[in-house]
Design a protein around this ligand. Structure first.
Ligand code: PNW
Length: 520
């Protein structure tokens, strides 16, 4: 028997196995519906997966690409990466994008969120010259997705900006606003017609805190407890300018939507958690980024506390910059949706140690994790599904129930193929999201799993895996293969139903005991 015939038979057996498992699931459910775990997604709800250029593309120096902050950071300071690795090859998606799209199609995802590498398009950072190979690459990826009827969600920027611009101050230099808008214009002019949803900038808050007030992420500079505030200030301006440019010059012909996405940490009740600690934590987390968009300015509590503490530190100004009235007008309302990334929660309580300086002391809040909470492979990622419901209800109440597009949610492990933790995580978080939609009227339009492929997890290198597909980083081919969660997602998408994760896996175990196997 030829190898390919054997492969075909195996694949068919695997397919049968999954269909039988699913049918048995349906049969044992009867008509109990939602109560026992079968929950249907609202009509038109988008279910997709996400990635980011530096985490998956590789090909860091081919076809005219320039050097990004992450190329530079991982090459020159490998000791800051858990396994000393870099994204030089990563998942090799630059070469394997057609296969990636086939996987996306085979799982049945509605949308794919990926990001553009600024230096692949503009090797010098500025808008001249435009690297035609970069345009060609993203154009063909977008066309491939369109041909497969997949909604395209493109982040213009997911943390890998040109190193040359970083040498000139990066996001702490206000000129970056102009440079970013120039870059966005090149993107809209060349490939904007193929993009359904534009995300200007991924997670300004996390980027600014970890890149300009800690050594964790590129460029890893620590600027006297204020680099993060300047960085967010400039990013909000760059985002708003780009939104207006799209709105005025491209929307009518390109018919897309444009916004950005922010991570919001959840909370649950516990000792020392009060309305005030929840509110304070929320305003310094979500409000810092989203208040300017919805109200035109930073939250009052941030303005007051940071001004007071800056004065105590003898600064002649507040470390939190102020927007002029003109900028307030430009920023307010500059979004088509509320982009939300969410992973974890804690119990926000007041910090008894009122130290000066650090972000934690500006808020005077610390987030406590209950030691009994399970965690993913990432130390920070406690699994607390109830937190996402609280976040969605708070967004609804604070910002007038905006349309929420969830652009990231997921959990890490060590790369297990039988990734029960991941299936349970997705199930339990999505169940909370569906409750927030159906019971509480939250206007959630989309859910995006982080991430499509196991990939380069920034400072954790390849030591933590978030993929719903496995990637073999030891094979030169970076072979992709299925995990249990691949199968679970495929069934969820086929049925548009939140399939009970525990029943799914217990059926699987039962069928295993009966002698069936499944191929990964
Ligand atoms: C995301 N938190 O950020 C990034 O956008 C991805 O690139 C990254 O791979 C993924 O996290 C997993 O680390 C985060 O609430 C957003 O602590 C929020 C948190 C952490 C990371």
């Amino acid at each position: 028997m030829t190898r390919s015939l054997k492969g075909e038979i195996f694949r068919n057996m695997a397919r049968c196995f999954w269909i039988i498992t699913f049918i048995s699931l349906i049969c044992t459910k009867g008509s109990e519906g939602q109560a026992s775990g079968l929950q249907r997604f609202p009509d038109g709800f988008l279910l997709g997966a996400a990635s980011a250029s530096y985490q998956v593309e590789g090909a860091w120096n081919v076809s005219g690409k320039g050097v990004s902050t992450w190329d530079h950071f991982a090459h020159t300071m490998p000791e800051r990466i858990a396994d000393g690795s870099n994204g030089d090859i990563a998942c090799d998606s630059y070469n394997k994008y057609k296969e990636d799209v086939q996987w996306i199609k085979s799982i049945g995802l509605d949308h794919y969120r990926f990001s553009l590498s600024w230096t692949r398009i503009l090797p010098n950072g500025f808008n001249t010259p435009v690297n035609q190979d970069g345009i060609r690459y993203y154009k063909s990826l977008l066309e491939e997705l369109k041909a497969a009827n997949i909604t395209t969600v493109v982040s213009l920027y997911h943390w890998d900006h040109p190193q040359i611009l970083e040498e000139m101050g990066g996001w702490t230099n206000e000129l970056m606003v102009r440079w970013f808008v120039d870059y966005a214009k090149v993107v809209f002019d060349n490939i904007g017609h193929l993009i359904d949803i534009v995300i200007t900038i991924n997670e300004p808050k996390l980027l600014c805190q970890q890149a300009y007030n800690s050594t964790w992420k590129a460029p890893g500079k620590v600027f006297n407890d204020m680099g993060h505030f300047f960085c967010v200030h400039n990013i909000l301006k760059a985002h708003a300018k780009t939104w207006h440019m799209y709105d005025q010059e491209y929307r009518a012909t390109q018919n897309g939507m444009i916004g950005f996405t922010t991570p919001v940490r959840g909370w649950v009740q516990g000792e020392g958690v009060t309305e005030e600690t929840i509110e304070r934590a929320f305003q310094f987390d979500c409000g810092w980024i989203m208040s300017p968009i919805y109200t035109g300015d930073y939250p009052e509590v941030m303005k007051t506390r940071i001004a007071e503490r800056s004065a105590l530190q003898n600064y002649p100004f507040s470390r939190l910059p102020e927007f002029t009235d003109e900028w307030k007008k430009i920023i307010k309302g500059a979004t088509d949706f509320f982009g939300l990334n969410h992973y974890t929660s804690s119990m926000p309580t007041f910090d008894p140690a009122e130290a000066l300086g650090t972000f934690a002391s500006d808020t005077n809040i610390i987030g406590i994790a209950d030691p009994s909470w399970p965690s993913g492979a990432s130390g920070w990622l406690h699994i607390v599904p109830e937190g996402i419901g609280n976040v969605l209800r708070k967004i609804k109440d604070t910002y007038g129930n905006p349309p929420v597009y969830m652009f990231e949610n997921g959990v890490s492990d060590k790369g297990e193929i039988e990734d029960y933790v991941r299936i349970n995580y997705y199930h339990d978080y999505i169940s909370e999201i569906l409750t927030a939609i159906v019971r509480d009227g939250c206007d959630v339009k989309a859910y995006t799993a982080w991430t499509l492929l196991d990939n380069y997890e920034w400072e954790a290198g390849y030591t933590e895996r978030f993929g719903i597909l496995k990637v073999d980083f030891d094979s030169p081919n970076r072979t992709r293969s299925e995990k249990l969660s691949t199968h679970w997602w495929r069934e969820v998408l086929r049925t548009r139903t939140l399939i009970d994760a525990r029943e799914f896996t217990s059926h699987l175990r039962q069928r295993r005991r009966e002698g069936s196997t499944f191929e990964n």
